[in-house]
Design a protein around this ligand. Structure first.
Ligand SMILES: *Cc1c(COP(=O)(O)O)cnc(C)c1O
Length: 380
């Protein structure tokens, strides 16, 4: 069986460095907010090219904390995509604000800026909810349309929080993700492009005041000392052992991004006449958190997945149910048909194994097996 994501090969490559970094933490004993936290934050902010990287306990908390700092709550609307992982919209609802979904672009699978403008105008006309923030998601590692989104944010005085959980290291018009908006959140969940060995995340911003608020929120809303609490916060610190493990991984990350491009390019040229392969606009670089293709329809997807599975190739579906049709958001009263593009894509999409260490032999096998699937449709 070819692994869907291969963390073992990377570990073997970095075993000595990782073990020695972790050993250092056991020896110095500063398990909470140890020196590796500051070290990794400096390297992360340098990598992205922003002033502040604030590490935290997960990608979910990295989304939650800026919304808390901005005072988002009841009466506020936060606009986002229905075609994402639950966490993106969960944090909005957790704060008592209302997630307002906007359909996606059928080529990039990211939020559609034209529909975003329409939805903001509708909210303003309606007057019930204040549109306070937008959370664009860089799905599968491909940056959203930040030029258009930032223009909207300026026009309507709305904050933008980039959900870069899947896109750390990607680029938009020559700039790294996490540097494109007022604030950005990423995740170091093991399966993300830059993963640690447990949960972890980080927020990025150039805003000094926001950075200070985030550092306070992640430690129980602390003030100038440990026992002064100036706001309601969280226990959302990044673990020192995880920071230690992340350091050697960050060193080789630029090289791994290039390795991911090679796999994706080979897939796309091999499969373009069999399935709809991912679209990457010329001004963007994806980090390929997932390599996702579209079958002709739901039935063909099921048959292709079965065929691949029988031949030792795992596949996955991100995401089978768009968020507006999830029970957790049923009170928002969306219906099938509310976001036709997200709904159509969710029925046809599936992802192939993707990681930097996929060998030439493995990718050739995956392509050959998918090509040998007997389509009952004529591909154009
Ligand atoms: C993984 C993910 C998150 C949440 O990250 P965790 O570290 O698992 O909390 C948020 N948004 C998106 C788009 C994700 O893929």
């Amino acid at each position: 069986m070819i692994p869907f994501i291969d963390l073992k090969t990377q570990y073997k490559r970095l075993e000595n460095e990782i073990k020695s970094k972790i050993q250092t933490v056991f020896e110095h004993g500063h398990f909470i907010m140890g020196p590796e936290i500051e070290e990794v934050e400096q390297k992360l902010s340098q990598f992205v090219g922003v002033k502040h990287a604030i590490t935290c306990s997960s990608g979910t908390d990295a989304l939650l904390m800026p919304l808390m700092a901005w005072g988002i709550g009841p009466g506020d609307a936060v606009l986002t995509t229905p075609f994402t992982f639950i966490a993106t919209a969960e944090v909005i609802q957790l704060l008592g604000a209302v997630p307002v979904f906007v359909d996606i672009d059928e080529k990039t699978f990211n939020i559609n800026p034209i529909k975003l403008r329409e939805q903001i105008e509708k909210l303003l006309e309606n007057g019930k909810l204040r549109p306070k923030a937008i959370i664009p998601v860089d799905l599968f590692g491909l940056p959203a349309d930040y030029e258009e989104i930032n223009t909207l944010a300026r026009d309507f005085d709305i904050l933008v929080l980039e959900d870069a959980a899947q896109s750390f290291g990607a680029e938009y018009k020559g700039q790294k993700t996490c540097s494109l908006t007022h604030a950005a959140a990423t995740s170091f969940f093991p399966a993300k492009p830059l993963g640690c060995y447990g949960d972890g995340g980080a927020v990025f911003t150039n805003d000094d005041e926001l950075a200070e608020q985030l550092r306070s929120i992640r430690i129980h809303g602390q003030g100038s000392n440990k026992y002064e609490n100036i706001r309601t916060g969280l226990n959302a610190r990044f673990d020192t052992l995880q920071a230690a493990a992340l350091l050697p991984k960050l060193d080789i990350f630029p090289e791994e991004i290039v390795m991911r491009q090679k796999v994706a390019e080979k897939y796309s040229s091999g499969l373009k006449n069999k399935v709809k392969v991912p679209y990457v606009p010329k001004d963007r670089i994806s980090v390929w958190a997932q390599y996702s293709v579209l079958a002709h329809d739901n039935e063909e997807r099921a048959a292709m997945q079965k065929w691949l599975g029988e031949n030792g190739i795992p596949t996955a579906i991100y995401y089978p149910i768009p968020l507006h049709l999830q029970k957790a958001f049923s009170h928002l009263e969306y219906r099938p048909g509310s976001f036709p593009i997200a709904e159509q894509i969710s029925k046809k999409i599936f992802s192939l194994p993707m990681h930097p260490y996929l060998t030439d032999e493995q990718s050739t096998k995956i392509i050959d097996i998918l090509l040998s699937y007997k389509s009952t449709y004529n591909q154009e």
